[in-house]
Write a protein that binds this ligand. Structure first.
Ligand SMILES: *Cc1c(COP(=O)(O)O)cnc(C)c1O
Length: 399
């Protein structure tokens, strides 16, 4: 047999972490990496955060899982915290980001199709955007125009039309009698840390209002304090109808959620949706600990302040290497460095030669996604490693 026990769908690198300490990962062989990847925007509170560990340990020792056949004091508590701190009136808990987006898609369709006389059963299409990433399930790959994710998995699910990201006219051109709504990442993550413009987001909101469509945001990566507000939509001054959230929400404990207004959730009635694990007490305990830590102005303003500081320093820094770097973009601590050369070899160089972990992304962009709890020492260490990395970098010859 030559297949590996772990199904070989990931080209895993040589780093094999066995322990996490605050903003560092320690590898099997003892190497200490500065973690500015955070498990892809997940470990908001860094590694081995005392409050999060305590919440999970205590809940694990009390009650881990019961299913959704029973009442959920733990789920009600976290749902109420999310409702109190966001646009949402109601929450469905999932186990991952893709499932949160799936729930969001179903909620948008059901808004039209399960609303009796108020609805319109023909409305099922969501307009999505170029270079989007919404997850790896059938519906979520179908929602993205990135054909590399479709290959080998045909047929795609019907009901998605792809417009150009950040181009309102192209979205308008795809609207028709079957349109149910828009699905968009306010800041594209995998696509290269590309924030949508204010006009675009406001334009989608206006179109949705005019035509009774659902504005669905995928905030799986940019949500949960990452950009310096609890959710990124706040910075656009718009109110969505439905939001998918995950990644940071458990601080490393895997779960997600679909948030919706009462109106948007009108089709999600008894029996229409479900999940065995979704919202189990253990996940809810992790979520409450994360919300307690991040959903306050002191924490959020510290994220904005650190984000600004890193961004200013990054902009100065890239000026020293005009042959390598083009620009810095993003919001809060969701930052991207767009390179003029292929970014992946540089990302590998930082990891292999300077013990600095970042995340590669589309559009030759290096994602800088530190834990939100970084301090001055980690910021300085980041710039030391990045500067040394840029100084020692030799652009590979084209193959
Ligand atoms: C990561 C991500 C997802 C998928 O989340 P999973 O937990 O991997 O299923 C969906 N949308 C966006 C924007 C993401 O960044």
């Amino acid at each position: 047999m030559s297949i590996t026990p772990l199904m070989p769908v990931y080209p895993r690198c040589g780093v094999r972490p066995v322990r996490g300490e605050h903003c560092h990962l320690i590898d099997e062989d003892g190497t200490r990496y500065l973690d500015f990847a955070s498990g892809i925007a997940v470990n908001l509170l860094g590694h081995s955060h005392e409050g999060l560990i305590k919440a999970i340990q205590e809940q694990a020792a009390t009650l881990m899982h019961v299913s959704n056949l029973y009442g959920s004091p733990q789920g009600e508590k976290l749902a109420q915290m999310l409702v109190d701190n966001t646009f949402a009136d109601t929450v469905f808990f999932t186990n991952s980001g893709a499932e949160a987006v799936e729930t969001a898609i179903k909620t948008a369709r059901a808004y039209h199709q399960n609303a009796g006389d108020a609805g319109d059963a023909s409305k099922h299409e969501l307009i999505t955007f170029s270079n989007a990433f919404h997850g790896r399930t059938m519906a979520t790959i179908s929602a993205s125009n990135q054909t590399k994710m479709h290959h080998g998995f045909s047929p795609m699910l019907d009901g998605f039309k792809y417009a150009e990201f950040d181009d309102l006219e192209s979205a308008k051109a795809l609207m028709g009698p079957n349109t149910a709504g828009f699905l968009v990442e306010p800041i594209q993550g995998e696509g290269g840390i590309r924030p949508a413009s204010q006009e675009f987001m406001q334009g989608l909101r206006d179109l949705a209002d005019e035509h009774d469509l659902m504005l669905v945001l995928d905030e799986v990566q940019c949500g949960v304090a990452r950009t310096g507000t609890l959710y990124a939509y706040e910075q656009y001054g718009i109110t969505p109808d439905i939001v998918a959230t995950a990644k940071g929400i458990g601080g490393g404990f895997p779960f997600g959620a679909c948030l919706a207004t009462e109106k948007a959730a009108r089709g999600m009635t008894f029996g229409t949706h479900g999940s065995t694990y979704g919202g189990n007490p253990l996940a809810m305990a992790a979520g409450c600990a994360v919300m307690e830590a991040v959903a306050n102005e002191e924490f959020l303003s510290s994220v904005r302040e650190k984000g600004e500081r890193i961004r200013t320093r990054l902009e100065q820094f890239i000026g020293n290497y005009p042959e390598l770097f083009e620009l810095v973009r993003g919001m809060g601590l969701m930052l991207g460095i767009k390179m003029k050369v292929e970014s992946r070899p540089f990302f590998v160089h930082l990891r292999e030669n300077h013990d600095l972990l970042t995340v590669a992304a589309g559009d030759n962009t290096l994602r800088v996604l530190p834990p939100l709890v970084i301090g001055d020492a980690e910021i300085d260490e980041f710039f030391d490693k990045l500067s040394a990395g840029a100084a020692s970098y030799k652009i590979p010859e084209p193959a």
